[in-house]
Design a protein around this ligand. Sequence first.
Ligand code: F6R
Length: 607
Amino acid sequence: MCGIVAYAGPRDAVPIMLEGLARLEYRGYDSAGIAVVGRSGDLRVRKVKGRVARLADDLPARFKGSPAIGHTRWATHGEPSDANAHPHVSGSVAVVHNGIIENADELRAKLAGDGVEFASATDTEVLAHLIARAADDAGDLEGAVRRALTSLVGTYGIAVIDARRPERIVVARNGSPVVLGIGEREMFVASDLSALVRYTRQVVHLDDGELATVEAGGFRTSTLDARATAKSPSVIDWEPGQYDTGSYDHFLQKEIHEQPSAVRRALSGRLDTRFHTAHLGGLELDARQAREFRRVKIIGCGSAYYAGLMGAQLIEELARVPAGAEPASEFRYRNPVVEHDTLYIAVSQSGETYDTLAAVQELRRKGGRVLGVVNAVGSAIARECDGGVYLHAGPEISVASTKAFTSTAVVLALIALHLGRIHDLSPADGRRIADGLRALPEQIEEILAHEDHIAALARDLVRHPGMFFIGRVRGYPVAREGAQKLKEISYLHAEAYQASELKHGPLALVGPELPTVAVVPDDELFDKNVSTLGQVRARHGRVLAVAHRAGAVAENADDVIVVPKNQPELDPILLTIPLQILAYHAAVELGHDVDKPRNLAKSVTVE
Ligand code: F6R
């Protein structure tokens, strides 16, 4: 979704803006723009509908200067167009904004009544006018931003420049990330670390309700009501090379192949060989506190929710504590009953997903204890939770989640092992699960070695208009995630069902036109799964089975992808990998923009 970059310092800011905006492209956007204070003190603005490359081509040679602000926009108020692209300008003030101003219509009517003319249909332009009107003759930009923000209802991450005060940028945050990057006598600002890693490793995350004035020589932070705050910089450990596709064709393919190393990092230092349990310092729960929870509820959105479904089953199986997962996007709207003896776990790769963040805030407001399972260090959700565990999966650039999904499932398995060993999981079973976790990276490598076989199956399957994905109990979250991956990048219709539900309705659709991808692990439900495949085949439905043994399903499947066997509780993690590869090659075969599927954004920071 929308992205912000800004720079104050001695260099020409424009190339830095273009580089930063290109780094933010992966988040999804429809237009881009830059405002810069020229060497002669004039405000210059260029913005276009379309790609950052188009913006770069559109810039005149004299478009230079510092400071500057840049933006990639994902339309919410007003269609994608040159006029609606950010920055928005009022007099000498230019603003870029992520988030949504909920009372924009009301403010717009008031400003229009005062004679203000609007150049766009956006909520952000309202803010530009409010700031320009609040600025006094002394050009106190910080005070003007502060005054303007008091009349705003909604979420924002903003960066503001005023050509009358060319040495500074004022930024503020409420529900949408803003990070400051500290350089040598220069300062950077971004909404996402990916735009900063080329320039600096020293960063400062603003908190909600915080504002900062940024100049080449440093920054000062304060609350919206002007109380100074103290911030200490943290160091980013992500490498610039992680933002390139390297030898792969797409980020998605690269990230699928990074899964063995991502899982190794998720496990690193967290398995205890003495007590056969997991050490997770960030949980901030001692054994006695952990035992007091009678239930576990996992919340997340999309693939994070499906990983949550996998994790809930693991927790229930290993710890024998009732556990379930629910989409965070629905959770807070049903006025959830928050129980003191339920442990809540919020799952998010980006740590920015607004629906998940809002659910966490609602839970904590009601006194619930929430742990975060998050990839982006220092992100809003990570900071909002009572404790948590980081994935350490490295940046995930492709919109479709793969390595973060797998790492989340692995971290939830570690939490399940930890809770299990506090409850009644025996040392022998603890060792069995820990050994199973250690075996995952090599087994994922084995699956990746069969990419060509899976790619050939994908090329064949895309001739059909859609697919069913089915799985029973442990296989069901695998089917959900498989269907999600396929639909979001190949745009083929894909629906997931519990295999047992097929005969209660969806079987009516089964026939030669609609193939079924079946998750058939070698577990206690194997025979039941095989009998469901028989029902599909009896209706001339084509079956692709993802199984542990080819021979056993061969009679009831047209094709089989064989996956190495781990422990039954952990098998779902491995069974998902071929479905990621299948979706990737289906999308490539159909010629889609694999890393940036239509209508989707990497971080969904709006409702
Ligand atoms: C699917 C996908 C989305 C995200 C969802 C939550 O491939 O990427 O469904 O999983 O938007 O995102 P995070 O994990 O950042 O909260």
